[in-house]
Write a protein that binds this ligand. Structure first.
Ligand code: SF4
Ligand code: SF4
Length: 63
């Protein structure tokens, strides 16, 4: 999943513009990826010049 670092995000909106799934929402002066909508294409991470978006492994759950 893709995660946006609130400390680094300047809310420039580039990632929202580039996302083909409209999976990035603005929230409290920062952006947030909506995991259910995200197709994990990575375009947002490539476009963010502030390095605020990173891909993280989803922790596996033990049942
Ligand atoms: S492109 Fe980066 S800095 Fe700009 S709004 Fe998206 S996450 Fe924030
Ligand atoms: S990885 Fe792709 S689909 Fe997911 S939020 Fe980023 S641009 Fe949108």
């Amino acid at each position: 999943m893709f995660v946006i670092d609130r400390e680094k995000c300047t809310d420039c909106g580039e990632c929202r513009d580039v996302c083909p799934c409209e999976a990035i929402e603005e929230r409290d002066g920062c952006c947030e990826v909506v995991p259910d909508l995200c197709a994990e294409c990575g375009a947002c991470m490539d476009v963010c010049e502030f390095g605020a978006i990173e891909e993280r492994e989803i922790p596996s759950r033990t049942v």
